[in-house]
Design a binder for this molecule. Structure first.
Ligand SMILES: Nc1ncnc2c1ncn2[C@@H]1O[C@H](COP(=O)(O)OP(=O)(O)OP(=O)(O)O)[C@@H](O)[C@H]1O
Ligand SMILES: [Mg+2]
Length: 325
């Protein structure tokens, strides 16, 4: 049985189709990433699965409970870390966890045990008696993760767990998420638009755009669907037929003074490839990332605001072409 199952799950707000018929099956212990740009429908999907938002159509089940018919059971079985912070900043870290435990009816010795375990998991024991107002952004997020897991939910939903944090802190938060999922055997569904980071922690990802899942697979398989690595070489008169004959080369495209080679495992085969091309002026290897899969499927970057310098494969190729011409 899947821990999370949705069937044609849909939410409309007047004319806005926020979520358009999503089908998901997420298994126990899986870390599943819901990736998509602003307004794609990620928060709305999570909201419906946590019974905060009522679906317009379709159905969903968490640990076998119907979100429409058994909302109380669903709530007991989910933990959530919201996109916007929700800690009580006039309470200490420990008090925030105590309040949550009481709301879930966890009492006495078990409560103290769980709180200690969770504080240890996110390395906050030492600061647990300080007001959360004095915590850094990363520490607050860690406390929220601990709180989300306190009542041992079957599914933990994390909506943009690393938004607004610096790269080092983001990396630490991802480490904690991995560790927590392993230790607690919790199914985790997270949303993010940091695609490169998600592909390192997620077992599978669903790419969502305009309320629909447009691709769903293991990160490696999605990247594989891009056809391989791209090697760009600027050279005079490259021996195209010879390059095409190499067993690992899939496609060769020539431009003005440049040659684009789509191939498997460029890092392994590059020395041999270069040995047959004389007068190489410049070489660039691009290994596809999940953000390239998104661009391939939608024709645009996931972060529209940073399309100029997203570091993506396609952008880099475009820039390379401009430089080459
Ligand atoms: N309460 C609401 N009333 C009207 N429209 C809404 C409401 N909530 C969300 N929407 C719309 O639904 C769409 C999906 O929003 P949602 O918050 O789910 O996106 P998201 O993928 O979480 O985006 P972000 O990355 O910015 O958090 C957007 O067009 C949004 O404007
Ligand atoms: Mg959102």
């Amino acid at each position: 049985m899947s821990i999370i199952e949705t069937k044609a799950l849909t939410k409309t707000y007047g004319r806005i189709k926020a979520v358009r018929g999503i089908d998901l099956h997420i298994e126990k212990g899986e870390i599943f990433g819901l990736l998509g740009p602003n307004g794609a429908g990620k928060t709305t999907t999570i909201g419906m699965l946590c019974t905060i938002i009522q679906p317009t159509a379709g159905s969903a089940f968490i640990a076998g409970y119907d979100i429409a018919k058994n909302p109380a059971e669903v709530r007991r079985n989910v933990g959530i870390v919201f996109q916007d912070p929700t800690l009580d900043t006039v309470l200490t870290g420990r008090e925030n966890l105590e309040l949550h435990a009481r709301l879930y009816g966890i009492s006495g010795a078990l409560r103290e045990k769980r709180i200690s375990e969770m504080l240890e998991l996110v390395d906050l024991e030492e600061r647990s008696n300080d007001l959360t107002r004095t915590y850094s952004g990363g520490m607050r997020r860690r406390l929220e993760l601990a709180r989300g897991l306190l009542h041992r939910p079957a599914a933990l939903f994390l909506d943009e767990p690393t938004l607004g944090l610096d790269p080092q802190t983001r990396a630490r938060i991802w480490d904690y998420i991995k560790k927590m999922a392993q230790k607690e055997q919790t199914t985790v569904v997270l949303t993010t638009h940091y695609m490169e980071e998600a592909e390192r922690v997620c077992n599978r990802v669903g790419i969502i755009d305009h309320g629909q899942i447009i691709a769903l697979d293991e990160p490696d398989n999605l990247k594989e669907s891009m056809g391989g690595d791209l090697v760009l070489i600027r050279a005079k008169e490259p021996p195209v037929p010879k390059i095409e004959a190499l067993p690992y080369v899939k496609k060769v495209t020539t431009g003005a003074g440049t040659i684009e080679i789509t191939m498997k495992d460029a890092h392994l085969h590059l020395p041999e490839l270069l040995s047959i091309i004389t007068a190489v002026e410049c070489v660039e290897i691009r290994v596809p990332a999940l953000s390239d899969v998104f661009i391939r499927l939608t024709g645009r970057d996931i972060r529209e605001d940073s399309a100029e310098d997203s570091g993506s494969w396609v952008d880099s190729v475009a820039r390379y072409r401009q430089r080459g011409n």
